[in-house]
Design a protein around this ligand. Structure first.
Ligand code: GCU
Length: 602
């Protein structure tokens, strides 16, 4: 079995597990192109803290007809005992977290039921999928009175085939969303960001032909002289179909025949202009079969780690980055999800002088990676295997595998993404090493074209020598780690007392550094949270970075202040993590200028 077929076999396994545990269909890529009904806008919503719409009073799951999936209406027949009615319930906007839509929901963790009715007119010979950009954290989905499947994981798309359930005329979709944290979830109980719950990204009804192009990969060959890839065709007529790939601007055409496994692989000579931050060139790509056609805008580049060197298109690149949480840039907004939110956040990174963004700590919405393609921002994309995960729990591992697989499936054609990250600041242990090694292997199997790593932690050796002494370095393609010298580790002057030494020769990316600053709060430079402290910290950090034995990039923590329940210092934090270079309203702090000016010199 050749490498690509092995990769797709691995994907099928990851999907099978997902399907078994969550009954989701394999994801339909490029969903926006397939939309036939947009289900964004106001949905009816019922808060259900005791899961009364799902369990009876003995905590046994109710049959669908007795649950809220039935979408019954008390006010249409008041002789019947029905103790809910979506028609007279309140509303929540979709997409959007519920926490920032009503002060009553700011801290809410539990179940909220969503209901949306819509008109459809299913066509013979077409197939239909109910597609969600993301729901945090657990979604159980029902259509026309029947529960059809569930999904766990707050930051990746999923879909359910509903071809046989869709009705002519009005349909009713009901989603039970629960954002409660659990030790065995991914992420686990404790994390330093707000637990925004809800249908946080777009929802669409997709229409595709009976035999359609479900996913595809189009990329530059390792030697940079060809364009190669594959398409996975789903449907009764798949085997034997011819798949044709065209890139008109390059006068590139290739074709391949679909095998019995639904896979068609192609390759052809080509000389594209390489994608890079300085020239983010994208090409229109069309993929057609006898029954279907999809298109995409794709950039072509290579990314390699060669000893200490990070090579983009064969040349050294320094990643002038910033970390970003998926939170709207202005006015204390909640989850970012739209194209305009993405342009605001990534535009702020460009203004800082960045060519690189770390999308922490979970896969951001697809607008972010597509607009990073356009703007020429390289991307670190990460799954929320964060802190104290249940390393020995098989379901936890399977969920993490699904999130890695779904992250890669959705974004495999995004030139901006150069690094997949499988974890952040996880405590070292044999069980954690096995868990993360499996995720790294899976990411390499699914996508041999990108680098795979994790945000590790530093250790202190004798005599103020700092290092990264993590067994994961044997598997990761980078030495990538978080360091807070001058904040969590000592005072600002410590930055000037330490030296660094590394046990392996791989490219180094410092994935976090920084300090808390309350915007506009002034005092002595040794007073924490003052603007003055922030300026001195960044100056001292830069001096330290310039004395590193080698360094290939950094993504300081963080672009903007963000909500976190772990930040309880009144007046200064007020449930905001204050390490942003911008405050929660997008206002620049003094330390913004220090990093900006240094990036200009790099
Ligand atoms: C950690 C962690 C971040 C967190 C940051 C902080 O490095 O990765 O998620 O917000 O430190 O303490 O501010």
């Amino acid at each position: 079995m050749n490498k690509t077929r092995r990769i797709l076999a691995v994907m099928a396994c990851a999907f099978c597990f997902t399907a078994m545990s969550a009954q989701t269909a394999p994801m339909v890529m490029n969903a926006a192109q397939r939309e036939c009904v947009n289900l964004c806008g106001p949905w009816k919503a019922i808060v259900d803290q005791m899961d009364n719409g799902f369990y009876n009073y003995r905590w046994t799951r109710k049959p669908d007809r007795e649950s809220f999936f039935a979408d019954e209406h008390y006010f249409q027949n008041t002789t019947r005992l029905i103790e809910y009615d979506f028609d007279v319930a309140s509303e929540l906007r979709v997409p959007g977290d519920w926490n920032t839509q009503d002060p009553m929901y700011l801290y809410y963790e539990g179940t909220i039921w969503y209901r949306r009715t819509f008109n459809a007119s299913p066509k013979p010979g077409m197939r239909y999928y109910l597609w969600f950009g993301a729901v945090n954290y657990e979604a159980i989905v029902g259509l026309n009175g029947r529960s059809i499947g569930e999904h766990r994981g707050g930051f990746t798309p999923f879909d359910f085939e509903v071809t046989d359930l869709l009705k002519e005329g009005q349909n009713s979709v009901v989603v039970k969303v629960n954002n409660a944290r659990h030790q065995d979830n991914v992420p686990t109980l404790n994390c330093d960001w707000w637990n925004y719950g809800g249908i946080t990204r777009e929802v669409r009804l997709l229409e595709v032909p009976e035999t359609f192009i479900r996913e595809f990969s189009v990329r530059l060959s390792d030697d940079g002289r060809s364009i190669e890839g594959w398409a996975r065709i789903d449907g009764q007529q798949a085997a034997g179909q011819e798949v044709r790939i065209a890139i008109p601007e390059l006068k590139f055409k290739a074709s391949a025949t679909v095998g019995t496994d639904g896979l068609a692989q192609f390759s052809g000579k080509a000389k594209p202009v390489f994608w890079s931050p300085s020239n983010p060139k994208l090409y229109d790509v069309a993929i057609t079969t006898a029954t279907d056609k999809v298109s995409d805008r794709i950039g072509f580049r290579t990314i390699k780690a060669d000893g200490r060197h990070l090579l983009l298109n064969g040349e050294e690149i320094f990643c002038k980055g910033i970390s970003i949480h998926e939170e709207q840039l202005y006015d204390g907004g909640g989850r970012a999800w739209s194209e305009s939110h993405a342009r605001e956040l990534l535009g702020a990174a460009k203004e800082l002088g960045c060519n690189f963004v770390r999308l922490a700590h979970y896969p951001h919405n697809e607008n972010m990676t597509r607009i990073a393609d356009e703007m020429g921002l390289m991307v670190w994309s990460e799954v929320p295997v964060y802190w104290t995960i249940s390393w020995t729990n098989a379901d936890t591992y399977a969920n993490a595998c699904s999130q890695v697989s779904d992250m890669i499936t959705r974004d495999r054609n995004r030139a901006s993404i150069i690094i997949w990250s499988v974890a952040n600041e996880t405590p070292r242990s044999p069980e954690r090493l096995e868990f993360l090694s499996g995720l790294i292997d899976l990411a390499h199997e699914l996508d041999p074209t990108r680098l795979v790593s994790a945000a590790m932690e530093k250790q202190e050796m004798r005599g103020n020598v700092l290092t990264v002494n993590d067994e994961l370095l044997q598997k990761s393609d980078l030495i990538s780690f978080n360091e807070y010298v001058g904040w969590y580790d000592g005072d600002v002057e410590k930055c000037r007392r330490v030296t660094w030494s590394f046990p392996v020769e791989k490219p180094i990316i410092i994935t976090e550094l920084g300090c808390g600053v309350k915007s506009g709060y002034h005092g002595n430079a040794d007073e924490r949270f003052t603007e003055e402290y922030g300026v001195e910290l960044y100056k001292a950090q830069i001096e330290m970075l310039e004395n590193m034995p080698w360094l290939n990039g950094l993504s300081p923590w963080i672009l903007k202040d963000f909500r976190s329940p772990r930040r309880q210092l009144a007046i200064i934090q007020g449930v905001y993590n204050r390490k942003g270079l911008l405050d929660e309203n997008g206002t620049k702090k003094d330390c913004w200028q220090i990093l900006h000016d240094w990036y200009e010199t790099r």
